[in-house]
Design a protein around this ligand. Structure first.
Ligand SMILES: [Zn+2]
Length: 197
């Protein structure tokens, strides 16, 4: 019976994650990657729990995930929010930041645990930023982009030493978004991985 129990609890976690991600309006493809459920089962879940239940606030997204790094650095506010997310990825052990501020992905490929951690990071971000600029899909993209250390990197502020998300192809004035917004008490998030060395 043990095997059946394990399989049941495994399936339950898959379904819980799918529902959690549908609530965040994740794309079918993203849900499939994390849960391992087929498109058909994801569609049925959506139909059962959202479309047919009169819960029309949740939209289902199709197609590919959006992907332009400028979204993360467009304004100091966007930049601050992206930096918050990277700090939360770090706190959730989705990424590790080394002494040279390079970001390393800690999850070789998406799975159910990864999906739940990503949801937790996104939900915490929504609690911290009233006017959230980044959707769940943008969050997922940020995690990928920052792990490549290619178009995005962590720059260091010359005013307060905090790290912040920066566009590798933009001119960097070395001023973090919190300093440029002159936020009281420097609201720049600083988990252990992002602290000044
Ligand atoms: Zn600063």
């Amino acid at each position: 019976m043990r095997l059946t129990d394990d399989r049941y609890s495994g399936e339950r976690r898959q379904f819980e994650l799918a529902l959690r991600m549908i609530r965040h309006e994740a794309r079918t493809r993203t849900i499939r990657e994390c849960t391992g459920l087929s498109d058909d089962r994801i569609r049925k879940l959506y139909a059962t729990y959202f479309r047919d239940s009169g819960n029309s606030a949740v939209k289902r997204r199709r197609g590919k995930s959006p992907r332009q790094v400028t979204r993360f650095v467009k304004t100091p506010d966007n930049q601050l929010q992206a930096t918050t997310l990277v700090a939360l990825f770090c706190a959730g052990l989705l990424v590790r930041i080394d002494r040279e501020d390079r970001v390393h992905a800690c999850w070789p490929r998406p799975d159910v645990e990864f999906g739940h951690r990503l949801c937790r990071a996104y939900e915490t971000y929504l609690l911290l930023h009233e006017n959230a600029k980044l959707s769940f899909e943008w969050t997922w993209n940020l995690l990928k982009c920052i792990s490549y250390n290619d178009e995005l990197y962590l720059a260091q502020c010359r005013g307060c030493d905090a790290r912040y998300v920066q566009d590798a192809y933009a001119l960097d004035h070395r001023i973090c978004p919190a300093c440029s917004l002159e936020l009281p008490g420097k609201a720049c998030p600083r988990p252990p991985g992002l602290a000044a060395h």
